[in-house]
Design a protein around this ligand. Structure first.
Ligand code: NAP
Length: 252
């Protein structure tokens, strides 16, 4: 019996409700992260927004500073949340950075920085969260990957490798954790209007826009809606999947 079986079929609101759940959103002050935090709050969850020192949390979310390039800070932050609220049910890993350069100009530092923040942190977060999920017999994890992790992208060897790694990590975690009632899925956004893409040269943006069959870049809320779906009982029988939110930018 899945969690959704407990709820009346006609009650869509209750299927989407996250009342009584606690969510942790990494990169929760960023473009996609902050809108995701707002949506999880709207669905009734208590939300921890984790981001770099000096940022803040949207709405009534609780802010915690953590640098995701530091495994010790990640472990301490997870412990703090456990001590405060006895664990959590939902983990959305949104923190991410780019350091774009063609391979032959990419430094060791460019490579390491991106792999650490985007991928290594996801491993540390998941490993720390698993005991909490097992304790609750429930867990919903969404890792924010990228279509460039699926198709590769000029100038983004580090970023694309980190995002492909998230997909492999997510599928493996889904296989290992299904028996404990934990679902793990990835979202692959295409071009989404945030500060991360605002920094790209106009010709790169225009080329990306031309790839999008719906004719325009996505909005952060397009990703937040998909996160909400994957964290709710609407997706009770979905795990180990990659959901593209890209207006048809990449179809393969
Ligand atoms: P964003 O606004 O830059 O959000 C990323 C957040 O992560 C920011 O708040 C950022 O802080 C934070 N962060 C960076 N380094 C960190 C660290 N070491 N420790 C903790 N937090 C850190 O970017 P976004 O566009 O919303 O992207 C969110 C996620 O979606 C990322 O994983 C990105 O790769 C993915 N994505 C985005 C797009 C897109 O088109 N926008 C497409 C595909 C995938 P700072 O602002 O201080 O750096």
């Amino acid at each position: 019996m899945s969690a959704a079986d407990d709820k009346p079929e006609h009650d869509l609101g209750s299927l989407l409700s996250l009342e009584g759940k606690t969510a942790v959103v990494t990169g929760g002050s960023g473009g996609i992260g902050s809108v995701t935090v707002e949506h999880l709050l709207m669905a009734g969850a208590e939300v921890y927004c984790i981001d770099l020192e000096g940022k803040s949390a949207p709405g009534s979310a609780i802010f915690k500073a953590c640098d995701f390039s530091d495994p010790e800070q990640i472990a301490n932050t997870m412990e703090e949340i456990h001590d405060e609220v006895g664990g959590f049910d939902i983990l959305v890993h949104c923190a991410g950075i780019t350091r774009d350069r063609v391979l032959w100009k990419m430094s060791d530092e460019d490579w390491d920085a991106v792999l650490e923040v985007n991928l290594d942190s996801a491993f540390f977060l998941l490993r720390a969260a698993i005991p909490f999920f097992r304790e609750r017999g429930d867990g919903r994890v969404v890792l924010i990957s990228s279509i460039n992790g699926e198709r590769g992208k000029l100038g983004q060897a580090n970023y694309a490798a980190s995002k492909a790694g998230l997909i492999a990590l997510g599928k493996t975690a889904a296989r290992e954790l299904g028996r404990f009632g934990v679902r793990v899925n990835c979202i692959s956004p295409g071009l989404i209007r945030t500060r991360m893409v605002a920094e790209l040269p106009e010709e790169v943006l225009e080329k990306a826009r031309q790839e999008i069959v719906l004719g325009k870049e996505g909005d952060p809320k397009d990703v937040a809606h998909a996160v909400l779906f994957l964290c709710s009982d609407m997706s009770a029988h979905i795990t180990g999947q990659v959901l593209r939110v890209d207006g048809g930018q990449w179809m393969a």
